[in-house]
Design a protein around this ligand. Structure first.
Ligand code: PLP
Length: 384
């Protein structure tokens, strides 16, 4: 019997302790593991940069949830992203979605160009861009779907087939969707990357990342594993434990995030001060039909919207929120609002009138009350 995903979230990597029967894992804070007089290690663990019981449990759960063959946990989403690019060789060409997490763009532009990678950005959500951007010699195609922050939807299966015909592999940053809503490996992606900081942990109390591999890229994953253990950007045992605990409630939380986000998106769409709402659950979203096929169980907790009166109006709405927190990050229980272009800096391609919402699990009427009062010009504030 193969457990369904909700059951997997609750039980994956659950191994009651043989000595105590404890149903939840102990936290093994040890950096080192003692040998017996014969020099044997009682478990396969030697040193916690190389492996640790809590990291093992987290990696097992991530692998099972994504339907992958192997998983590596990192100290942040960006460490996971960097490890994938560092596993490439100088001269390799990478094509990245032009709407992507700004940190991914920075890693590519600020670090990986020096590594010798050839880097191009393309509107990968538009299949018309594939031919010109994924030219022969392309080694890796990087997509995010839904993308951060403009919520573009890319056809993972179609892109994976196209990339494969050009000899390239596909990596999907699945942070926004989580394995509960979307299965990139089953759609043909070779690797999935997560900022586990976000929905996986779900409580905003740790920073972590992961790479999960399908069966198609064993050599590349072996290099990623080497980068993990040699370079050592690994999660602490406590962070691994927190992430696994968060995963236990991922399906429950995602249902609440999805329901609240859809409701807020619908209400924002009919608000006169709002010019556009980007949420794949809306019938008006250009990727709605594709998202309905590619995602299951909902469209996620992230949305963005643009204000009719431009950047200052957007800044005033963020400043006017009283319950919703003005903070970066996403995927926690509480709703966060952010003016992405100001956070991303002067080179940001994000529209200046755009606000991003990480919709939390509060009562949706309280969220709407707050947004509605912030959207009224007379009650909104000023944000520098
Ligand atoms: N991927 C996406 C889509 C993100 O939104 C983020 C962070 O916001 C990351 C990766 C990086 O994660 P971390 O902040 O844990 O390094």
């Amino acid at each position: 019997m193969t457990p369904r995903r909700t059951t997997l979230a609750v039980h994956a990597a659950q191994h009651p302790a043989p000595d105590t029967g404890a149903t939840t894992p102990s936290i093994h804070m040890a950096s080192s593991f003692a040998r017996d007089p014969n020099g044997e290690l009682p478990s396969r663990h030697l040193y916690s940069r190389i492996s640790n019981p809590n990291r093992d449990q987290l990696e097992e759960a991530l692998r099972l949830l994504e339907g992958g063959t192997e998983a590596a946990a990192f100290a942040s989403g960006c460490a996971a992203i960097t490890a994938v690019f560092q596993a490439l060789k100088p001269g390799d060409r990478v094509v990245c979605n032009s709407d992507c997490y700004s940190g991914t763009r920075e890693i590519l532009n600020d670090l990986m160009r020096n590594w010798g990678l050839e880097i191009a950005f393309a509107d990968l959500w538009n299949p018309d861009s594939w031919d010109a951007s994924i030219v022969p010699g392309t080694r890796l195609v990087w997509l995010e779907t839904p993308s951060n922050p403009q919520m573009r939807i890319t056809d993972i299966r179609g892109l994976a087939e196209h990339a494969r015909s050009r000899g390239a592999i596909v990596v999907c940053d699945g942070t926004f969707a989580t394995p509960f809503l979307q299965q990139p490996l089953a759609c043909g992606a070779d690797l999935v990357v997560h900022a586990t900081t976000k929905y996986m942990c779900g409580h905003g109390d740790m920073v972590g990342g992961a790479v999960v591999a399908g069966p198609t890229v064993p050599d590349l994953f072996a290099r990623i594993r080497k980068i993990q253990v040699h370079a050592g950007a690994v999660p602490s045992p406590f962070d691994a434990w927190l992430t696994l605990r968060g995963i236990r409630t991922l399906p429950l939380r995602m249902k609440a995030h999805c329901a609240n986000a859809l409701e807020i998106a619908r209400r924002l769409e009919s608000h006169p001060a709002v010019a556009a709402v980007h949420y794949p659950g809306l019938a008006s979203h250009p990727g709605h039909e594709l998202a309905s096929r590619q995602m299951a169980g909902g469209f996620g907790g992230m949305l963005s919207f643009q204000m009719r009166d431009g950047e200052e109006a957007a800044a005033r709405v963020a400043a006017g929120c009283r319950l919703i927190l003005r903070a970066t990050s996403l995927g926690g229980l509480e709703t966060l609002i952010e003016h992405r272009a100001r956070i991303e800096g002067p080179a940001s391609p994000t529209p200046r009138d755009l606000l991003r919402l990480s919709v939390g699990v509060e009562d949706v009427e309280d969220l709407w009350d707050d947004l509605e009062q912030a959207l009224r010009p007379e009650t909104s504030g000023t944000l520098r």
